[in-house]
Design a protein around this ligand. Sequence first.
Ligand SMILES: Nc1ncnc2c1ncn2[C@@H]1O[C@H](COP(=O)(O)OP(=O)(O)OP(=O)(O)O)[C@@H](O)[C@H]1O
Ligand SMILES: Nc1nc2c(c(=O)[nH]1)N=C(CO)CN2
Length: 176
Amino acid sequence: MVEAYIALGSNIHPRYKFISEAIEQLAFHEQIEVIKSSAIYETVPVGYTEQGDFLNGVIKIQTNLASVELLAYCQSIEQKLGRKRSVEWGPRTIDLDILLYNQENIETEQLIVPHPRLHERAFVLVPLYDIDSHLYIPVYERTVEQLLSELADDEKKGVRQWKLKNGENASGPTES
Ligand SMILES: Nc1ncnc2c1ncn2[C@@H]1O[C@H](COP(=O)(O)OP(=O)(O)OP(=O)(O)O)[C@@H](O)[C@H]1O
Ligand SMILES: Nc1nc2c(c(=O)[nH]1)N=C(CO)CN2
Protein backbone atom coordinates (compact mmCIF):
# COMPACT_ATOMS: atom_id res chain seq x y z
CA MET A 1 0.00 0.00 0.00
CA VAL A 2 1.19 3.45 -0.91
CA GLU A 3 0.15 6.81 0.53
CA ALA A 4 -0.75 9.51 -1.96
CA TYR A 5 -2.20 13.02 -1.81
CA ILE A 6 -4.63 14.40 -4.36
CA ALA A 7 -5.65 18.03 -4.83
CA LEU A 8 -9.19 18.82 -5.98
CA GLY A 9 -10.40 22.06 -7.54
CA SER A 10 -13.61 23.28 -9.17
CA ASN A 11 -14.86 26.67 -10.33
CA ILE A 12 -17.93 25.74 -12.32
CA HIS A 13 -21.18 25.48 -10.39
CA PRO A 14 -22.20 23.40 -8.54
CA ARG A 15 -18.59 23.42 -7.34
CA TYR A 16 -19.11 21.54 -4.09
CA LYS A 17 -21.08 18.81 -5.81
CA PHE A 18 -18.25 18.22 -8.30
CA ILE A 19 -15.71 17.99 -5.49
CA SER A 20 -17.77 15.63 -3.35
CA GLU A 21 -18.63 13.44 -6.34
CA ALA A 22 -14.94 13.21 -7.28
CA ILE A 23 -14.09 12.10 -3.73
CA GLU A 24 -16.92 9.54 -3.86
CA GLN A 25 -15.62 8.19 -7.17
CA LEU A 26 -12.10 7.87 -5.76
CA ALA A 27 -13.41 6.05 -2.68
CA PHE A 28 -15.52 3.80 -4.93
CA HIS A 29 -12.41 2.25 -6.51
CA GLU A 30 -11.63 -1.01 -4.74
CA GLN A 31 -7.91 -0.28 -4.71
CA ILE A 32 -8.27 3.19 -3.20
CA GLU A 33 -9.05 4.04 0.40
CA VAL A 34 -9.65 7.67 1.36
CA ILE A 35 -7.86 8.19 4.68
CA LYS A 36 -8.30 11.90 5.37
CA SER A 37 -9.93 14.98 3.82
CA SER A 38 -9.00 18.61 4.36
CA ALA A 39 -11.48 21.40 4.90
CA ILE A 40 -12.80 23.02 1.72
CA TYR A 41 -11.49 26.48 0.84
CA GLU A 42 -12.80 29.17 -1.48
CA THR A 43 -9.87 30.59 -3.41
CA VAL A 44 -9.29 33.41 -5.86
CA PRO A 45 -8.11 32.15 -9.26
CA VAL A 46 -4.36 32.03 -9.74
CA GLY A 47 -2.74 32.32 -13.18
CA TYR A 48 -5.63 33.06 -15.50
CA THR A 49 -7.62 35.46 -13.30
CA GLU A 50 -10.67 36.20 -15.52
CA GLN A 51 -12.67 33.33 -14.08
CA GLY A 52 -14.79 32.52 -11.04
CA ASP A 53 -13.49 31.63 -7.58
CA PHE A 54 -12.52 28.02 -6.96
CA LEU A 55 -13.33 25.58 -4.24
CA ASN A 56 -10.17 23.65 -3.38
CA GLY A 57 -9.35 20.77 -1.06
CA VAL A 58 -6.90 17.89 -0.63
CA ILE A 59 -7.36 14.24 0.30
CA LYS A 60 -4.97 11.60 1.52
CA ILE A 61 -5.45 8.10 0.12
CA GLN A 62 -3.94 4.63 0.37
CA THR A 63 -3.76 2.66 -2.83
CA ASN A 64 -2.29 -0.37 -4.59
CA LEU A 65 -2.51 1.38 -7.94
CA ALA A 66 0.70 2.32 -9.70
CA SER A 67 1.15 6.08 -10.13
CA VAL A 68 0.21 5.99 -13.83
CA GLU A 69 -2.88 3.94 -13.04
CA LEU A 70 -3.88 6.47 -10.39
CA LEU A 71 -3.40 9.29 -12.91
CA ALA A 72 -5.52 7.45 -15.48
CA TYR A 73 -8.28 6.91 -12.92
CA CYS A 74 -8.19 10.60 -11.90
CA GLN A 75 -8.47 11.57 -15.57
CA SER A 76 -11.42 9.22 -16.07
CA ILE A 77 -13.20 10.96 -13.17
CA GLU A 78 -12.46 14.38 -14.72
CA GLN A 79 -14.00 13.16 -17.97
CA LYS A 80 -17.02 11.67 -16.27
CA LEU A 81 -17.69 14.92 -14.44
CA GLY A 82 -17.64 16.78 -17.71
CA ARG A 83 -14.31 18.53 -17.71
CA LYS A 84 -13.54 20.23 -21.01
CA ARG A 85 -10.04 21.44 -21.78
CA SER A 86 -10.29 24.81 -23.49
CA VAL A 87 -8.47 27.73 -21.85
CA GLU A 88 -5.14 26.81 -20.26
CA TRP A 89 -5.58 27.12 -16.49
CA GLY A 90 -9.17 28.12 -17.27
CA PRO A 91 -12.51 27.17 -15.66
CA ARG A 92 -13.11 23.52 -14.88
CA THR A 93 -15.83 21.34 -13.39
CA ILE A 94 -13.16 19.31 -11.63
CA ASP A 95 -9.37 19.17 -11.63
CA LEU A 96 -7.55 16.33 -9.89
CA ASP A 97 -3.79 16.65 -9.40
CA ILE A 98 -1.54 14.04 -7.83
CA LEU A 99 0.53 16.02 -5.34
CA LEU A 100 2.59 13.22 -3.81
CA TYR A 101 2.93 9.49 -4.34
CA ASN A 102 4.77 7.62 -1.63
CA GLN A 103 7.59 10.19 -1.32
CA GLU A 104 8.62 9.26 -4.89
CA ASN A 105 10.20 11.60 -7.38
CA ILE A 106 8.53 10.82 -10.72
CA GLU A 107 9.35 12.62 -13.94
CA THR A 108 7.74 11.19 -17.03
CA GLU A 109 6.02 12.87 -19.94
CA GLN A 110 2.61 12.19 -18.41
CA LEU A 111 3.31 12.62 -14.74
CA ILE A 112 5.49 14.80 -12.55
CA VAL A 113 5.38 14.13 -8.79
CA PRO A 114 5.68 15.99 -6.46
CA HIS A 115 3.37 18.23 -8.48
CA PRO A 116 5.62 20.89 -10.06
CA ARG A 117 3.54 23.86 -8.86
CA LEU A 118 2.71 22.55 -5.40
CA HIS A 119 5.27 24.75 -3.61
CA GLU A 120 3.89 28.02 -4.99
CA ARG A 121 0.15 27.37 -4.55
CA ALA A 122 -1.50 28.45 -1.30
CA PHE A 123 -4.71 26.79 -2.54
CA VAL A 124 -2.83 23.47 -2.33
CA LEU A 125 -0.54 24.05 0.67
CA VAL A 126 -3.24 25.37 3.02
CA PRO A 127 -5.47 22.26 2.72
CA LEU A 128 -2.40 19.99 2.73
CA TYR A 129 -1.35 21.64 6.00
CA ASP A 130 -4.76 20.62 7.46
CA ILE A 131 -3.99 16.99 6.72
CA ASP A 132 -0.33 16.89 7.82
CA SER A 133 1.68 20.04 8.48
CA HIS A 134 4.87 17.99 9.01
CA LEU A 135 4.56 16.05 5.75
CA TYR A 136 7.94 16.09 3.98
CA ILE A 137 7.99 17.06 0.31
CA PRO A 138 10.86 15.49 -1.60
CA VAL A 139 12.55 17.59 -4.34
CA TYR A 140 11.66 20.76 -2.42
CA GLU A 141 13.23 19.22 0.72
CA ARG A 142 10.82 21.05 2.97
CA THR A 143 7.79 20.20 5.08
CA VAL A 144 4.39 21.59 4.15
CA GLU A 145 4.70 24.00 7.09
CA GLN A 146 8.03 25.33 5.79
CA LEU A 147 6.76 25.75 2.22
CA LEU A 148 3.68 27.59 3.49
CA SER A 149 5.74 29.91 5.68
CA GLU A 150 7.82 30.85 2.62
CA LEU A 151 4.75 31.92 0.61
CA ALA A 152 3.88 35.62 0.40
CA ASP A 153 1.02 36.77 2.64
CA ASP A 154 -0.88 38.01 -0.43
CA GLU A 155 -1.02 34.47 -1.80
CA LYS A 156 -2.43 33.15 1.47
CA LYS A 157 -5.07 35.90 1.66
CA GLY A 158 -6.70 34.48 -1.46
CA VAL A 159 -7.59 31.26 0.42
CA ARG A 160 -10.55 31.33 2.82
CA GLN A 161 -12.29 28.54 4.74
CA TRP A 162 -15.60 27.70 3.11
CA LYS A 163 -18.70 26.05 4.51
CA LEU A 164 -21.88 24.77 2.94
CA LYS A 165 -24.53 27.19 4.14
CA ASN A 166 -27.17 25.94 6.52
CA GLY A 167 -29.88 24.09 4.65
CA GLU A 168 -28.16 24.78 1.38
CA ASN A 169 -28.63 22.29 -1.41
CA ALA A 170 -25.13 21.52 -2.67
CA SER A 171 -26.44 20.83 -6.16
CA GLY A 172 -28.76 23.82 -6.35
CA PRO A 173 -28.31 27.38 -7.54
CA THR A 174 -27.81 28.78 -4.01
CA GLU A 175 -24.38 27.16 -3.78
CA SER A 176 -21.74 29.87 -3.37
N1 LIG B 1 1.16 15.34 -10.71
C1 LIG B 1 0.28 15.40 -11.72
N2 LIG B 1 -1.05 15.29 -11.50
C2 LIG B 1 -1.93 15.37 -12.52
N3 LIG B 1 -1.57 15.57 -13.82
C3 LIG B 1 -0.25 15.68 -14.09
C4 LIG B 1 0.71 15.62 -13.06
N4 LIG B 1 1.95 15.77 -13.61
C5 LIG B 1 1.76 15.93 -14.91
N5 LIG B 1 0.44 15.87 -15.22
C6 LIG B 1 -0.06 16.01 -16.60
O1 LIG B 1 -0.59 17.30 -16.73
C7 LIG B 1 -1.48 17.27 -17.84
C8 LIG B 1 -2.37 18.51 -17.84
O2 LIG B 1 -3.15 18.53 -16.68
P1 LIG B 1 -4.27 19.58 -16.50
O3 LIG B 1 -4.96 19.88 -17.79
O4 LIG B 1 -5.11 19.10 -15.35
O5 LIG B 1 -3.42 20.88 -16.07
P2 LIG B 1 -3.99 22.08 -15.31
O6 LIG B 1 -4.79 21.58 -14.17
O7 LIG B 1 -4.67 23.01 -16.28
O8 LIG B 1 -2.71 22.82 -14.74
P3 LIG B 1 -1.87 22.46 -13.46
O9 LIG B 1 -1.10 21.22 -13.81
O10 LIG B 1 -1.04 23.66 -13.28
O11 LIG B 1 -2.81 22.23 -12.30
C9 LIG B 1 -2.21 15.96 -17.67
O12 LIG B 1 -2.59 15.45 -18.89
C10 LIG B 1 -1.16 15.06 -16.98
O13 LIG B 1 -0.64 14.10 -17.87
N1 LIG C 1 -7.50 29.30 -6.95
C1 LIG C 1 -7.17 28.42 -7.89
N2 LIG C 1 -6.55 28.84 -9.00
C2 LIG C 1 -6.19 27.94 -9.95
C3 LIG C 1 -6.48 26.57 -9.80
C4 LIG C 1 -7.17 26.15 -8.61
O1 LIG C 1 -7.46 24.95 -8.41
N3 LIG C 1 -7.48 27.11 -7.69
N4 LIG C 1 -6.09 25.68 -10.75
C5 LIG C 1 -5.41 26.08 -11.80
C6 LIG C 1 -4.93 25.09 -12.79
O2 LIG C 1 -4.83 23.86 -12.30
C7 LIG C 1 -5.11 27.49 -12.08
N5 LIG C 1 -5.54 28.37 -11.05
